[in-house]
Design a protein. Sequence first.
Length: 412
Amino acid sequence: MADPRILGIVLAGGEGKRLAPLTADRAKPAVPFAGLYRLIDFALSNLVNAGVLRIAVLTQYKSHSLDRHISMTWRLSNLLGNYVTPVPAQQRLGPRWYTGSADAIFQSLNLINDERPDIVVVFGADHVYRMDPEQMWRQHVDGGAGVTVAGIPVPRSEATAFGVIQTAQDGIGIEAFLEKPADPPGLPGRPDETYASMGNYVFSTEALLDALHTDAANEDSKHDMGGDIVPLLVGQNAAQVYDFQSNEVPGEDPAGERYWRDVGTIDSYFAAHMDLCATVPAFNLYNNRWPILTHIPSHPPAKFVHDDGERVGRAIDSIVSNGVVVSGASVRESVLSPGVHLHSWATVERSVLMDGVDVAREAVVRDAILDKNVKVGPGVEIGVNKDDDRDRGFAVSDNGVTVVGKGVEVAK
């Protein structure tokens, strides 16, 4: 068949409670990542790089900064009919919010009816990865399925935290979709592995519409894409899995392991940043053949000053954004976002500093995340003593990562 007409839908209504306080006044997909990006930029970049140029982003909670980012950053050519547009809860079916990801699409069926696509690509908005979705929808079209679910092979021992895909003996058809099973099923020929769902789906439009209407009429449903829509199609023998490890992205080693991280908790979010700081990073931002696209703020280049004894401006194994000034401070294994200013004899280690953070002289920041515009006073220690951090009212994660919320001024 000719190239299918495709509509992209990105589900960006997540509240992100487990990322608090980073989600205190922003939606989870709008949380900054790796200095320059927002989490939603990864899903949108993968779709746009693959040629999906008509995309609706369904938003709900605390969506102002997310809506603004999409409107200012993701401007495609109206002349060619292309767009990335935020779509808030429209309440077309009555005065109520979305009750689940499937309900979000059901309440927005006008988007599908207007575009009349052959297939609908539904992606989550809050994972860090590179993927060429075209290879997934080619398998979907060739296989004639109602839905194709992207799955990533993970050790069975780690799969209890995910939605798990149980495949048929051919390794492609889906026999069951299990939510956080205590005993995940193994893969054919790979008994120690199982497929975790990535939350990315390709639907044939007719199958999606039928499933959404059936689900909407079910009063016992939670109206969730993974928990309700996919099992509905599994029951009709109309579901198949796409192996993410088979995806070949231009500019990446075809034999290398594919990187995908669910950054839904403070510890997973922090760990993904530390992945970036490695000498050979597990996820390489520097792939110009499949770029992660975003708005780059118009700051001047980063600057490192002073070289006098222990007063040396330096950053080792770190990512340093534009507009950063490291003035006689020491930085290791950290991510510095635009406009960060570190003053003399300050120390920053294994930390993530967001836009506009200012760390004064002789302050220490270690194993911490500082949200936008945090001011750290002279000689202050953050992340060094976790009990002191808790006493100040800062959040401390299970793995000991201290989080300071947006705009907080920390004095001795």
